[in-house]
Design a protein around this ligand. Sequence first.
Ligand SMILES: C[S@@+](CC[C@H](N)C(=O)[O-])C[C@H]1O[C@@H](n2cnc3c(N)ncnc32)[C@H](O)[C@@H]1O
Length: 272
Amino acid sequence: MNAEAFNTKVKRNVAHNFDQSIRLYREFEDKHGFFEALTMKMAEAIGIEEHASVLDIGCGYGVSACALHERLGCRVLGVDLSPEMIAAGRSYCQGEGIELCVGDGENLSSLVEDHSFDYALYNASIFIFPDVSRTIAESHRHLRDGGKIAFSFYPQLLGEDDADLFELAFERLGEPLPRFRVITGYAKAAAALESRCVDIGHHRWVRPLDIEFLQDFFSIPAQSASLFPGRGYEERRELSLRLFGTLGDQTKTGRIVWRMAEGAKSGAALRQ
Ligand SMILES: C[S@@+](CC[C@H](N)C(=O)[O-])C[C@H]1O[C@@H](n2cnc3c(N)ncnc32)[C@H](O)[C@@H]1O
């Protein structure tokens, strides 16, 4: 399969998986307030200013858009591949100054026209993009000089001496470690950012290992798809519950680490 066909297939699957996820995604967010907290951690880490304009790429049902609008008065345009996520977002996000639309973050021009944003954010979405260079090039094009691109990433589960607790959990469950937990790794996403931006910064939000949180997070259909590819949803959910249940002895030392990266658009760098 060539790269373009692979890209198209990934995006079709992603849209389908998130279309199927909306109910459990909302239940998860209502219980844990997690995506909102991650948004605000990123906003704090990169210093998002009040009343800024934000392009939210992979916006889901608009959790980040609403949080940034309500707390910082930001104007937000959100773009997502999943029609069901956007439909849910249009009733969830009531504020003026929030617009959500179905679209592909690798092809932003038709959606965004010639608008220049202060920030382009990927909250827990960039690791799903098959062509990360393309989406960063697109969001960079629609940023004003001095504006920032930032992303938050898929979680690391770390134990003592930074042991990978995903590996330990799969070993204990007796299931093979999935070859790809993400479509695009952190290093590749960071390299794409570095190729376009200056003043690169990396941040981390470290939380204690919380088994129930992980079980709920990976009970969202789209999240469990990466752990147990090829299995039906009910089986994936049951496996996810057992998978993280194996880590009960790790809660004293274990951590969930959310990495973030940021870079700024430099007019000078562009002219070089
Ligand atoms: C884990 S969810 C995060 C949603 C949201 N940012 C939040 O914080 O709740 C990832 C989202 O990225 C979207 N996504 C993945 N690839 C995309 C693409 N190429 N263009 C637009 N959205 C995409 C998915 O449809 C999904 O809604």
